[in-house]
Design a protein around this ligand. Structure first.
Ligand SMILES: [Zn+2]
Length: 166
């Protein structure tokens, strides 16, 4: 089983919580789907470095990831940048998005970092639409009728990750 470390920079309490949740929920998903990689916050192995980037607008639901891979497509190191503070529109104006929505943004970038370059559907959809919750905790991102969290990987994404990680 390959180990990959997720190193969280000074990204604030809400992003830290969202990234830890993304690591935990991705590990459950990987185990269930038989993808042989385990993420750990400040663990061992090649590192995904995470920081926020004021250059990404807060309304964005995508971060930016650059990954360096070896000849087999396995991660050497990756750099994930997240919007400083994701927001969502409400009838009463803009507010900070909930942890669940932030978790989906982080998980999407972590899967890119693991070598899943293209977009397809589910978690790795190109376009994710915000769905306003009654409370911040209920905010979701939706792609093709699938609302997350909970995180969901398409069969195609599972096959892509298995091709890299076994
Ligand atoms: Zn993407």
């Amino acid at each position: 089983m390959a180990a990959v470390s997720v190193k969280l920079g000074d990204i604030g309490a809400s992003w830290t919580a969202a990234c830890r949740q993304a690591v935990s929920d991705l590990n459950v998903l990987f185990r269930r789907k038989g993808i042989q990689v385990v993420l750990a916050v400040n663990g061992s192995g090649p590192t995904i470095s995470v920081r926020t980037d004021p250059g990404i607008i807060g309304t964005a639901v995508h971060g930016k990831t650059s990954a360096e891979t070896d000849a087999a497509g396995k991660l050497v190191r990756a750099d994930v940048r997240l919007p400083v503070k994701p927001t969502i529109n409400t009838p009463a104006g803009m507010r900070d998005a909930g942890t669940g929505m932030a978790e989906v943004i982080a998980a999407h970038e972590f899967v890119h970092a693991l070598g899943h370059a293209p977009h397809n559907s589910h978690l790795m959809a190109q376009t994710l639409n915000k769905v306003l919750g009654d409370r911040a905790a209920g905010d979701k991102l939706q792609a093709g009728g699938i609302s997350m969290p909970p995180l969901q990987l398409s069969d195609d994404s599972v096959a892509k990750l298995k091709a890299i990680w076994g």
